[in-house]
Structure formats: structure tokens, C-alpha cells
Design a protein around this ligand. Structure first.
Ligand SMILES: Nc1ncnc2c1ncn2[C@@H]1O[C@H](COP(=O)(O)OP(=O)(O)O)[C@@H](O)[C@H]1O
Ligand SMILES: [Mg+2]
Length: 456
């Protein structure tokens, strides 16, 4: 648990919850974007304002210069807070001015340096006025001396007016908040869907393996895929679990029957020693023990195959292996060998021999008079076939017989039969070799075909 908690501890500046993290990240990114856009916009409006002020100055100057030259200056000139005009005669008296500057001393002196007739200066503030203003000053030569014209406009800031600044800041904040809220809403929807899957998964255990996680909304495709995959996995787990449960039940049952029989015989013999045929009783008990041993051996083999114990593959002459294996025992029926010479395969010879014996033992039990075993090789695979002339296996049972403890003729033939695990083991061996073991159609009897692919 500690480990889990450590893994969930915070790393980096953002919180670990996807909802909070994504919302915060989008919030930061969008705030940066909006700040950038706002600054550009404000610079643009500031520039426009400055241009407009300059145009007002030019317009005023162009109107006033001819009037000054001709000496027809009205005392009150048009202007206001955003345009201050002052006309001074050679003695420095205000001859004409915008209303606020009437009777005022000069708002500025003509700078000593620079252009002889025109100067531009920033006055913070100009005498008698407030705030910083940009003043354009002109000298006008007249017969009675040099007249001065000052035209001043408020110095505009880089962002234009404060109204625009306030509006842009407000809009940016609103948009950022909207983006954060929108992100939270979208992420929240997805995370809620994932949460629902997690909650359902947490509830699923061995006694509720049939439960499935909920699907998300159709427009949450990736989450839906996750849910579908989880459900598929649960399907497979449930199947495997049920198979295992059946297998355990079958195994216990199959072990218990011979065990009970042995125990009964022994108890009877102990209770009535004089009435007991001891050699016969011992033989019966031994048969029971043999059966128990066979089942336990098969179960162990299957357990090893299930655990995917590594094979011991080697280059094997399959023809010779089958030939030797068939000669090992005398059979109740004739065994016909149809072996293509020198068929070689990469396989675990002990396991393949085991598979062959399982098939031939079955065939012997079901054959009327004859078993045919053939080995062949073609381009893509090596084939081993075991065919008998018995009653065969109906098409619908051809997969069933490979399941563990499945016996078609169980009722009829229980004791004579094997453990019911022979074909299951044979198929596991085939699959461990990346091959297949199937039952194919035949004119008569059962036809088992093992195919092992060859790597070229
Ligand atoms: N050659 C065959 N012909 C007919 N039926 C067969 C043949 N081989 C296997 N079967 C059927 O498949 C069942 C499973 O076989 P197997 O797994 O080897 O178990 P067991 O041989 O112990 O019964 C057998 O009980 C039998 O009903
Ligand atoms: Mg068998």
C-alpha cells in the first residue's frame, strides 16, 4: 500500500488529479495566449490613438499658421482637454488660446537647440496644465517680430485609453475562466466514465465474475474501447475460471471414486479377515491404486504443460521415432505403418512420443481390427496421422473430446477407459509445439491429425 501511495504522491507543480491538472494547464496556456493577444491589441490601439492625436495637431497647425502670418488670430481658439493651443506675440503675451489657456503665461519656451522654426517636446506637465503632453511649437516670422505657436496634445500611453485596457483585461479574464471551466467539464465527463469502470472493476471478485464494466458515451471512443477490452478480458477470465472450477471438481470426483472403492475393499477385508480372498482383494486394490496413479500422473503432466514448462526441442527423425514407438508394444489389433522416410522435425521427442501413445492407445481401444499410422512432410508442415476402423467420433463431439475428463463412452466403458485426460494432454503438447491436433473426416473410424509447422 505504501508503494501505491508513494506512486501517487505529487510530482511537479501541477496536482495529480487529471481534472485539476488539465484544467490548470489549459488555464495557464490560455492565459498566456490571451495576455499575448491583448498586448498586441493594446499596442495597436495605442498606436492608432497617437496617430489620431498627430492628425489633430497637424490640422490645427495648418489652420493657424496662415492666420498668424496675416495677423488675424481670434482670441479664443477651438480646443479642449485633448488639444491645447497657444499663440504668443513677440513680447511673449498670449494673443489667442484654447479656452483653458486664455490669459495664461506661455506653456513652454521654444527650445534653443534643434530645428530653427519647428520643435517638438514632451512637457510633463506643460506650465498651467496637467499630465504629460506632446507640444509642437512653431516660429512665425512677421514684420513686428517672431510669433510663437504651441499646439499640445495629451501624450498617449502605449495601450491607448484606460477604458480599452480595462475592457481587454476583463475579456481576457472571462475567456480564461471560460476555457478552464470548459476544460474541467470535458475532462470531468471522461474521468467520470473512467471512474465508473474503476469502481465496477473494484467490485468484481471470484464470486461476481459475471459482472461487466459500463460502456461510456458513444463520443468517448477511446474510453469505450477500454471498457470493451476490459469486458473481453473479463469474459476470458470468467471462462478460464469456470473451466478451472469444473476441472477441479472433475479431478476431485475422478480421484474419489477409485479411492472410495479401495477403502471399502480394505475395510471389508479388515472386518472379515477369514472370509476375505486376500490375493483377489490385493489385486483389486492394486488396480484401484494403478488408476489413481494414472490420474495423478496425467494431472501432473497437464499442470506442467499449463505452466508452459519449456520444451526440450531437438532435430528429430520423426519417422524413426514413430517406428520405434509402435514396435514397443504388442497391440490387440494390427498396426499398419505408412511412414515416409526421413521426415525430420524440430520437436521435443519425449512429448511427441507421449502424444502418439495417447492417440494409439485410444485407437486400439476403439478399433475393430486395424490402426493405420502415417507420417508425411510437405512444404509447410510435418503431419502425423492416426486412423482406426472403429465407430469414429461424431462431428459435434470432435472438440468436446479434447476437454479435460471428457469421455463419450464414459458410462459404458469407465474402467476399461483411461483417465479422460489423454486427448487434452495430446492437444496441449501439439499447441506447445505451435502445431494443431484435430479430428478430420474419414471413411471409417476416427482420424486424428497432428500438424507441426516447419520453419524455413
Ligand atoms: N479413436 C477413437 N475413436 C472413438 N472415440 C474416441 C477415440 N479416441 C478418443 N475417443 C473419445 O474421446 C474420449 C476422450 O479421450 P481421452 O482424452 O484419451 O480419454 P480416455 O481415453 O481416458 O477416455 C474418449 O473417452 C472417447 O470417448
Ligand atoms: Mg485416452
Amino acid at each position: 500500500m505504501d508503494n501505491v501511495l508513494r506512486r501517487f504522491s505529487r510530482a511537479g507543480p501541477f496536482p495529480n488529479s487529471i481534472r485539476a491538472r488539465r484544467s490548470l494547464q489549459f488555464c495557464v496556456v490560455s492565459a498566456l495566449v490571451f495576455i499575448g493577444a491583448s498586448v498586441l491589441f493594446l499596442m495597436f490601439t495605442g498606436h492608432k490613438d497617437a496617430e489620431a492625436a498627430r492628425a489633430r495637431v497637424t490640422h490645427a497647425v495648418e489652420g493657424l499658421l496662415p492666420l498668424i502670418r496675416e495677423g488675424e488670430i481670434p482670441a479664443v481658439l477651438p480646443g479642449g482637454d485633448d488639444l491645447a493651443i497657444q499663440v504668443l506675440d513677440p513680447r511673449g503675451r498670449t494673443v489667442g488660446a484654447s479656452p483653458r489657456l486664455l490669459g495664461h503665461p506661455p506653456i513652454a519656451a521654444f527650445p534653443a537647440t534643434g530645428h530653427p522654426v519647428h520643435a517638438e517636446q514632451v512637457l510633463c506637465p506643460p506650465a498651467g496644465l496637467r499630465g504629460c503632453m506632446i507640444a509642437d511649437s512653431y516660429k512665425v516670422d512677421r514684420p513686428d517680430g517672431v510669433w510663437l505657436l504651441h499646439v499640445a496634445v495629451p501624450q498617449s500611453s502605449w495601450y491607448g485609453s484606460t477604458t480599452v485596457l480595462a475592457f481587454v483585461t476583463g475579456a481576457s479574464l472571462l475567456l480564461t475562466a471560460t476555457v478552464a471551466a470548459g476544460t474541467f467539464y470535458v475532462v470531468n465527463r471522461d474521468v467520470t466514465a473512467i471512474d465508473a469502470i474503476r469502481a465496477e472493476l473494484a467490485e468484481i471478485n471470484a464470486t461476481a465474475l459475471d459482472r461487466r464494466v459500463p460502456l461510456a458515451a458513444p463520443n468517448q471512443e477511446e474510453i469505450n474501447l477500454l471498457a470493451v477490452t476490459v469486458n473481453d478480458t473479463l469474459d476470458r477470465l470468467e471462462q478460464a475460471y469456470n473451466q478451472l472450477r469444473r476441472f477441479t471438481a472433475d479431478a476431485s470426483h475422478d480421484l474419489r471414486s477409485p479411492l472410495t472403492a479401495v477403502r471399502t475393499r480394505l475395510e471389508d477385508a479388515l472386518a472379515y479377515p477369514q472370509d476375505t480372498d486376500w490375493p483377489e482383494m490385493t489385486a483389486a486394490v492394486l488396480a484401484g491404486v494403478d488408476r489413481l496413479q494414472a490420474i495423478v500422473t496425467d494431472l501432473l503432466t497437464l499442470a506442467r504443460l499449463d505452466a508452459r514448462a519449456p520444451l526440450a526441442p531437438e532435430r528429430t527423425d520423426l519417422t524413426r521415432l514413430v517406428d520405434t514407438e509402435l514396435d514397443r508394444r504388442l497391440r490387440r489389433v494390427a498396426v499398419v505403418k505408412d511412414l515416409q522416410p526421413d521426415v525430420v522435425a524440430d520437436c521435443d521427442p519425449l512429448r511427441i512420443a507421449r502424444l502418439l501413445i495417447n492417440l494409439v492407445d485410444n485407437a486400439e481401444r476403439h478399433a475393430t481390427s486395424r490402426i493405420t499410422v502415417s507420417v508425411r512432410a510437405d512444404e509447410s508442415a510435418v503431419t502425423l496421422e492416426v486412423l482406426d476402423d472403429g465407430t469414429g467420433i461424431a462431428a459435434e463431439d470432435r472438440e468436446v473430446v479434447f476437454t479435460r475428463f471428457a469421455r463419450l463412452d464414459a458410462a459404458r466403458n469407465r474402467d476399461a477407459g483411461g483417465t479422460g485426460l489423454g486427448l487434452a494432454i495430446a492437444r496441449e503438447i501439439a499447441e506447445a509445439h505451435r502445431g494443431t491436433l484435430t479430428i478430420r473426416d474419414s471413411d471409417r473410424g476416427a482420424r486424428f491429425v497432428l500438424r507441426l509447422p516447419v520453419d524455413r
